[in-house]
Design a binder for this molecule. Structure first.
Ligand SMILES: [Cu+2]
Length: 263
């Protein structure tokens, strides 16, 4: 039987989450329009005949700490007719069973020089209810970020790359849509609205397509994997990163990542 090794269950979590900073719960404001699509994975073992048969990897990311508390983020007068005096933060969404949404999941993979398919999945950032949805996205470096505005308000989408502006666009119309190119180098971009400072999202980009994000119940599924050993990573801005080495292709064996301390 394969054994899975937890390589880096973060110790920082209790400190970063549980106490001083109230965090949201599962009762978030609705479904995310654009969960990153499931993408194929890779394996690290030498190619074999079996490698041609795709496998998949299922798992969940779970929060074991104190029940997060949602913060009410004060808005400003310009949006109160649409969004109210406050909006409920969406930066850490945990459902009733502890499943954590919006966690980026990926498998180490070599950079793919595949100009025929460089864009990766369609990744959509929505501006809805004076928040960005989803608050965490995964995308292909060098691909496009699809952006839409579902609010009858002017928002801006200001992307920062290591503190420098990568793009900045105003979206003054409801239902407006556009795209912006993502930097070629893999990184974490911060997205902020210049007129509504409580709005924040992050986009983590990869030089390959072996990534996804967890759904509202914390579940993820990576498909198109070749059998073999792989190192699976999860990352969330509030949780940090953890990794597990797994055997892809073994029957069953969904993997869990637990944050927030052990009972
Ligand atoms: Cu805004």
């Amino acid at each position: 039987m394969p054994t899975f090794h937890r390589l880096a269950l973060p110790a920082l979590l209790g400190a970063s989450l549980g106490c001083s900073q109230p965090t949201p719960t599962a009762s978030d404001a609705g479904s995310r329009a654009a969960q990153a699509a499931e993408r194929p994975l890779e394996r690290r073992s030498a190619p074999t005949a079996a490698a041609a048969e795709a496998a998949s990897l299922d798992g969940r990311v779970l929060w074991r700490g104190p029940r997060p508390v949602l913060l009410a983020l004060a808005t400003n007068a310009s949006v109160q007719s649409v969004c109210g005096a406050s909006v409920t933060e969406n930066a850490f969404r945990v459902d009733g069973a502890g499943g954590v949404a919006d966690v980026v999941v990926w498998v180490d993979a070599p950079a793919e020089a595949s100009p025929a398919a460089p864009a990766g999945p369609t990744v959509v950032l929505d501006q809805r209810g004076c928040l960005y949805w989803p608050p965490v996205l995964a995308a292909r470096a060098g691909g496009s970020l699809h952006i839409r505005n579902s609010d009858p308000l002017t928002h801006t989408v200001h992307g920062f790359m290591q503190g420098q502006t990568a793009f900045n666009v105003a979206m003054p119309l409801e239902h407006m849509q556009l795209q912006r190119p993502l930097p070629q180098e893999p990184q974490v971009l911060d997205i902020r609205c210049d007129v509504h400072p409580w709005m924040h999202a992050v986009v983590r980009t990869f030089a390959h397509s072996h990534f996804t994000t967890t759904g509202p119940d914390g579940h993820f599924r990576l498909t198109g994997l070749a059998p073999g050993e792989a190192l699976v990573h999860v990352w969330h801005p509030r949780l940090g990163e953890a990794s597990q080495r797994v055997q892809v292709g073994q029957a069953g064996a969904p993997i869990d990542f637990s944050f927030g301390g052990k009972p």
